[in-house]
Design a protein around this ligand. Structure first.
Ligand code: FAD
Length: 492
């Protein structure tokens, strides 16, 4: 007599089967090559191949996928375009990636109320494109705006050059539909600015995919300004440029944007785009004013005077829309352009009070020369939001030194009274540094809030919060700490 034994299906096989029951076949990825496309985000030093990737097409399918994960106790990670720079969309080993790339419809442009209703996979720039025929636009403009999604922007509370005057994503999101970790669907915020109860909309903004999956979002649209003036001013030193930023703010002028680049960043951007930067200049500011034409003219005169007073060596006015676009193209392409002057680089993201800009930049330069690595700087100077780019060579074995320098820079920002992140988030990258900025009690309260949304901890675990796993360990499955298992400690 012969007996046939059927091997028990692996977890991945059962997951894939269950996903295939709620999604069309082409929306479930299990093959090695397909999975590898999702193994990291823009922080490529951290990689983890997931067990399954699913591509739902609407809220109901997102909720159905989340319910499959909940049934199996399997962690999942929401993913927009994967442009994040802090490892927020890094998969969990043996976990699921829920990609929102198929939820890409602009559901409504409500011209009268100046609002847009969007699916989360809509690209940031496409919102302004759709609103443009009505004289409207969406203000937050990450440099990645051509490719990053509004869902990712919500999760990261993204910023951009014009957030100095107009505020971050949180200032422009009115309402969100969210799928929680048990598959239930809730609404946070309201289509009007005022709402009753605690601001859970605000809690979700910037929670980096740890509280649920945003499946619909209503954002404010703004009327396009009457006039725009853009100036590119060179300075003999980073300090002089930093002092100019302070003087502009002291003069009670709030420009739409104040961006700073150092010579290394300009060299890279110039090689890529030919934006008209003076690469020999130690630093330059891009200053943009917008608003009523008369006000712009007055403030423009004042800004020119301030730049000259601080020793500006060249003041170039972008006097046409094309010229303005060229100046901004160089700035927005700068991160990617750095690839022209270094085989590898890490983009750091920290904040210092504006008054400490010059000090932090000189300390960063010193730290870089101590370890023999170059650091390029291109950042939102008006916000005090730095983006030091640590240049290194993987093949020369410099990766660990670069990561260490990058972390030390983030922690330096905290020491100087600033923050670990201005806009790129904490993700997997800086979770271990959170204890430098927050007390144990602060972190415990954050964890309690998280548990309120996601009691089982299935939603993007291992991000933002330092966990009982040893900091510095490579990402892997989220496991309970042995002391937790022994009942000595408990997770909040
Ligand atoms: C060249 C370059 C320039 C950049 N410039 C800027 C800049 O100026 N300002 C700025 O703020 N950022 C910038 N970034 C970082 C990045 O573009 C932003 O963080 C962006 O918001 C990420 O969007 P994404 O769609 O790529 O999200 P992803 O990288 O896919 O995900 C980011 C995080 O959001 C979560 N998430 C994604 N979608 C959802 C959803 N629907 N619901 C819940 N959670 C979700 C993910 O789990 C992850 O934690 C830049 C990146 C690059 C590569």
């Amino acid at each position: 007599m012969s007996t046939t034994t059927t091997a028990a299906p692996t977890l991945t096989t059962s997951l894939a089967r269950e996903f295939a029951a709620v999604l069309p076949e082409h929306c479930v990825i299990t093959d090695e090559v397909g999975l590898r496309s999702y193994e990291c985000d823009g922080l490529t030093g951290f990689r983890q191949v997931p067990a399954v990737v699913v591509l739902p097409r609407d809220t109901e399918e997102v909720a159905a996928c989340v319910r499959v994960c909940a049934r199996h106790g399997v962690p999942f990670v929401a993913r927009g375009a994967g442009t994040g720079l802090s490892g927020g969309a890094l998969p969990v080993a043996d976990g699921v990636v829920i990609s929102l790339q198929k939820l890409r419809r602009i559901l409504e442009i409500d011209v009268e109320n100046r609002r847009a209703v969007l699916e989360p996979g809509v690209f940031n720039l496409d919102i302004s494109r759709a609103a443009a025929p009505h004289g409207l636009y969406y203000a937050p403009d990450p440099s990645s705006q051509q490719v990053c999604t509004i869902g990712g922007n919500v999760a990261e509370n993204s910023g951009g050059a014009h957030c100095l005057k107009y505020g971050f994503t949180t200032n422009h999101v009115l309402e969100m539909e969210v799928v929680l970790a048990d598959g239930s669907v809730i609404t946070l915020g309201a289509p009007t600015a005022e709402q009753a109860g605690p601001d859970l909309r605000g809690v979700f903004l910037g929670s980096e995919g740890t509280l649920g999956i945003c499946t619909k979002v209503t954002v404010r649209l703004l009327r396009k300004p009457e006039a725009v003036r853009t100036v590119l001013a060179d300075f003999p030193s980073i300090e002089a440029a930093g002092e100019t930023v302070g003087a502009i703010v002291d003069a009670s002028i709030v420009p739409a944007a104040v961006e700073m680049m150092d010579s290394l960043a300009m060299e890279a951007a110039e090689a890529a785009v030919g934006a008209g930067y003076t690469v020999e200049s130690p630093s330059a500011l891009i200053i943009e004013l917008d608003g009523p034409a008369e006000e712009c003219d007055e403030q423009f005169a004042e800004i020119t005077r301030i730049c000259e007073e601080h020793g500006s060596t060249r003041i170039h006015v972008a006097d046409s829309a094309d010229e303005r676009a060229r100046v901004w193209k160089g700035r927005k392409a700068a991160f990617a352009a750095v690839g022209r002057i270094s085989p590898d680089y890490i983009v750091q993201d920290g904040v210092v009070p504006r008054t400490r800009l010059a000090e932090v930049l000189s300390q960063i330069a010193e730290m870089g020369s101590e370890v023999g690595l170059r650091v390029a700087n291109v950042f939102h100077a008006g916000d005090g939001n730095l983006h030091p780019l640590v240049l290194y060579s993987e093949s020369a074995g410099e990766h660990d030194a670069a990561e260490d320098l990058s972390s030390r820079i983030a922690e330096l920002c905290v020491e100087l009274g600033g923050s670990l992140s201005g806009e790129h988030g904490i993700g997997a990258d800086k979770a271990c540094s959170m204890g430098r900025m927050f007390t144990d009690d602060d972190l415990a309260v954050m964890q309690r809030v998280r548990t309120g949304f996601d009691p089982e901890g299935l939603c993007n675990p291992g991000k933002i919060f330092p966990t009982p796993r040893l900091c510095g360990e490579r990402p892997g499955p989220f496991r309970a700490h042995p002391l937790e298992e022994a009942g000595v400690i408990s997770r909040l």
